[in-house]
Design a protein around this ligand. Structure first.
Ligand code: NDP
Length: 284
């Protein structure tokens, strides 16, 4: 039986400490501010944005939400980003992804000031992460590292297998584990004999977006299973990439979905917003 890593509890404790940082910034006259841009009517995106705004309010972070129509043009979106880049009260800018398909996500991300890029997707921030000299870390991988830290699980010397190589999860996740002196293997859809590689993992990061793909027979007994996936199962219920019922009896630790990595991702976004505000304050 695995220990369940309670992301809700760990993120709650993290946010409580962050709340104190927000207060001390406010005492110095600075209120951290986050602008969230949403284009179109993607219902999942709307839920994510609502949750982010709710946590901002709870923490005393100023938030602004920009709801743009599905057919917003690239120049209109870039103009908004340009305005927010200059806006004093805004320290973080987050375009909720995915954007409608006619918009060029890369160009949108490149238009955000790296100092306000609280998702850490801008190429300047991505490069900084590669060499370990960063101000912001991408929220989901940073949240996973925080979960490991909170559970007292060092990555150093461990065999870590990251399945998924996206720019927002898999690649930066592998880099953060490498910075912690783990031995890292990255797998993807062309990897041969994935189950055998997964079975070598002391820490297995499941980040492919396929419901219940990882089964108990792919897990090294006692391994830490971090399930990043957010999917709907055959009954429309939220579930991860790991088949919880068969993995949990084999693993040593496992994150549930929901209530594992998801809440940590939002907590890291809040942390990045506070960091951006504090850095701005330090420069003034
Ligand atoms: P992407 O679709 O961008 O990337 C998926 C990756 O998984 C790709 O690298 C792909 O390989 C790989 N992959 C797909 N199928 C297989 C397979 N059968 N075997 C091995 N590798 C495979 O997804 P994201 O990285 O954006 O997201 C991954 C999951 O994490 C999703 O469920 C998403 O919803 C969730 N997520 C959760 C967050 C949270 O806060 N909890 C935040 C962000 C994402 P290839 O490159 O070869 O195509």
């Amino acid at each position: 039986m695995a220990k369940i890593i309670d992301g809700k509890k760990i993120s709650g404790e993290f946010l409580e400490k962050l709340g104190a940082d927000v207060l001390s910034l406010k005492e110095k006259g600075i209120v951290p501010g986050l602008a969230v841009i949403i284009a179109g009517n993607n219902s999942a995106s709307r839920v994510y944005v609502r949750n982010k705004i709710k946590i901002c309010t709870q923490l005393g972070i100023h938030s602004e939400s920009y709801n743009l129509p599905e057919d917003v043009s690239m120049p209109e979106l870039l103009e908004l980003i340009g305005t927010l880049n200059k806006k004093e009260s805004i320290h973080g800018i987050l375009p909720q992804l995915p954007l409608p398909s006619h918009l060029d996500e890369r160009e949108v991300i490149a238009a955000i000031s790296p100092k306000k890029d609280v998702d850490a997707f801008h190429r300047e921030n991505v490069g900084a992460i590669m060499i370990g000299e960063y101000n912001f870390l991408p929220c989901t991988p940073a949240g996973v590292m925080e979960l490991l830290r909170a559970e007292g699980i060092p990555a150093q010397g461990k065999n870590c297998v990251v399945v998924g190589r996206s720019n927002i999860v898999g690649k930066p996740m592998a880099m953060l584990l490498l910075h912690e002196n783990a031995t890292v293997t990255i797998c993807h859809s062309k990897t041969k004999d994935l189950p055998a590689i997964c079975k070598t993992a002391d820490i297995l990061i499941c980040a492919i977006g396929k419901a219940k793909f990882f089964t108990g027979d792919m897990i090294n007994p006692g391994a830490v299973v971090i399930d990043v996936g957010m999917n709907r199962d055959e009954n429309g219920k939220l579930c991860g990439d790991a088949d919880f019922s068969s993995c949990e009896p084999v693993a040593g630790y496992i994150t549930p979905v929901p209530g594992g990595v998801g809440p940590m991702t939002i907590a890291m976004l809040m942390k990045n917003t506070v960091t951006a505000a504090a850095r701005r304050f330090a420069q003034d």
